[in-house]
Design a protein. Structure first.
Ligand SMILES: Nc1ncnc2c1ncn2[C@@H]1O[C@H](COP(=O)(O)OP(=O)(O)OP(=O)(O)O)[C@@H](O)[C@H]1O
Ligand SMILES: [Mg+2]
Lengths: 273, 260
């Protein structure tokens, strides 16, 4: 489909075995190409398999059927060119901010003075240079999440996976973080897959917005966001912005994503053994 | 400072209690071999130190507690780490450890005296055995304390099992382990005294039995005061070390002994 695809997903399916020996179909028939410098955002009702998709891409989980190619190869487990930012900052509280940012390099045994310099530069970019020797508990939630983004970038990953990274933040901090993420990404473009529950966030950040259906998760629509880059605060005022937001809301309204609906479909999907 | 204020309140309560005790005992003329007045206990306490009678007992028991606790901690850490790192070990060893724990140590104390003699060794073994279990349990549950998100994070960044253990699980376990050590520090004192009750030639437990035999109840109380002072000190030491090691935790968290 795309010539510069870094990630190729073909007819991918994911089934979970639950403890009660039931099968949960989390993803079905997912076809997707993701470009080398693409910012892809993913929205969808709770439980539709967004996290599952990300975990498969990160190597934490394997898919059940279909093919997945990353950079032309079949992945087997986590790899150094893929980084992840979790919903919680997951900083280690006994490490200083700088030590936390350096953790991936330490684990991969690729520490060097240049790497430390790079970590400092990243912290500087994230506005945390004064905090490099502080412990995570001394930072606000937003600062912790910024530090965890620095940690994800220290390996110079080709792919950055973000699972509702700003979900735990208040609306104002969240908007600031969006603007900063845009700034960081513009400076060093890479493939980003960004999950969110916020439609405006998805539209503001994404080159494309992937809209998923309720369980079993499949791709409902992929919407191109033709808002010029670099995007900043003024992008919210772009008429295209509101039009796309409404379009996505409409998709959700028609496919129905109420909580009760989901629970019902969950029962149906749980094929008994 | 509300912390100092609460300490002051605790202390005032104690003083009030002691004064009432003194008044009641004098007023009702309770015989001193039943309940001695606080003033009498205090003077017996002074006697014990002035005559030097207390020292050999104090040293013996102190040594027993520290060695027993140290042994219990080392064994608890070793077995706990084994079980935490090699999951099948839990299935194999843990039932035996639990079974061992269900046997009341007091009931088997005489056996240990039989095996290890009237000297200090049997008491150290009993004390170690009693303090072993809370440490073991705390290590096992502590090594599971790392959050799933954190474990995933380690894996995403390429951590091996050993690296996850070293950089995450071990640290995440420390608060729980030190809570276990705190409890063990108290149990070690109990273990030492139990051992000395059963059969000993020296030690505070032995002293209590002798004083009791002579109906020197004030002396027994005085020894009990010394004993709880030892217990409090050992516990305070464990707590202090715990706080130094687990520096990233907030300082206002409760003591494990009180919350259990
Ligand atoms: N480890 C697991 N074992 C069994 N079922 C699972 C497991 N993880 C996820 N599921 C199921 O797979 C489905 C998709 O879950 P997933 O976490 O990917 O959803 P999500 O889109 O990220 O939801 P949310 O928006 O609430 O985070 C759900 O029905 C969930 O119950
Ligand atoms: Mg999710």
């Amino acid at each position: 489909m795309r010539s510069d695809a870094l990630i190729q997903i073909r007819s991918m399916t994911k089934r979970y075995e639950t403890r009660a020996k039931e099968t949960v179909l989390a993803l079905t028939d997912v076809n997707l190409d993701i470009g080398k410098t693409e910012f892809l955002t993913v929205v969808g009702p709770s439980g539709c398999g967004k996290t599952t998709l990300l975990r498969i891409l990160s190597g934490l989980e394997s898919h059940t059927e279909g093919t997945l190619l990353i950079d032309g190869t079949v992945p087997s487990g986590p790899r150094p060119d893929i980084s992840m930012v979790f919903q919680q900052a997951t900083l280690l509280p006994w490490r200083t901010v700088l030590q936390n940012v350096l953790l991936p390099r330490q684990l991969q045994k690729t520490m060097s003075p240049q790497v430390v310099e790079r970590a400092r530069a990243l912290l500087d970019m994230a506005g945390l240079s004064e905090f490099e020797n502080k412990y995570p508990s001394e930072l606000s939630g937003g600062m912790q999440q910024r530090a965890s983004i620095c940690r994800a970038l220290i390996c110079d990953p080709k792919i950055l996976l973000m699972d509702e990274p700003f979900g735990a933040l208040d609306a104002m901090t969240r908007e600031t973080m969006n603007l900063e993420l845009m700034r960081i990404w513009s400076a060093q473009k890479k493939a980003v897959i960004f999950i969110t529950h916020s439609i405006p966030e998805a539209v503001f950040l994404g080159d494309r917005v992937l809209v998923m259906t309720p369980r079993p998760g499949r791709i409902s629509r992929i919407i191109d966001v033709n808002i010029p880059r670099p995007r900043d605060r003024s992008s919210f005022a772009n008429p295209v912005f509101n039009r796309i937001c409404d379009e996505i809301r409409e998709i959700f309204d028609t496919q129905g994503s109420g909580a009760t609906n989901q629970e019902n479909s969950n029962v149906k999907m749980a094929v008994s053994f | 400072m509300s912390r100092w204020r609460s300490r002051f309140e605790v202390l005032s309560l104690f003083v009030v209690f002691v004064i009432i005790w003194e008044i009641v005992v004098r007023f009702l003329e309770v015989p001193s071999y039943i309940i001695p007045a606080p003033s009498l206990i205090l003077s017996r306490l002074a006697d014990l130190f002035q005559s030097g009678l207390i020292w050999p007992h104090l040293i013996t028991t102190g040594l027993t507690i520290l060695s027993g606790l140290a042994l219990g901690i080392v064994a608890g850490l070793a077995f706990g780490a084994l079980i935490g790192v090699v999951p099948p070990a839990e299935r194999l060893i843990y039932p035996y450890l639990v079974a061992m724990q269900t046997v009341p140590k007091i009931a088997i104390a005489p056996l240990f005296v039989l095996w290890f003699g009237y000297g200090i060794t049997s008491k150290i073994v009993i004390s170690a055995l009693i303090s072993f279990f809370p440490v073991l349990v705390s290590v096992i549950s502590g090594l599971r304390a790392a959050e799933r998100d954190q474990m995933d994070m380690m894996r995403v960044f390429g951590a091996s099992r050993w690296q996850s253990f070293l950089h995450l699980r071990l640290y995440a376990a420390l608060p729980t382990i030190f809570a276990g050590i705190e409890i063990a520090s108290i149990l070690a004192v109990i273990g030492a005294i139990v051992g000395e009750f059963v059969g000993a030639q020296e030690g505070l437990g032995y002293l209590i039995t002798t004083l009791n035999f002579n109906m020197d109840v004030a002396g027994v109380f005085a020894t009990l005061i010394i004993l709880s002072a030892i217990g409090l000190s050992v516990h305070a030491l464990a707590r202090y070390l715990g706080r130094r090691m687990v520096f990233w935790r907030r300082a206002d968290e409760k003591s494990a002994v009180l919350s259990h």
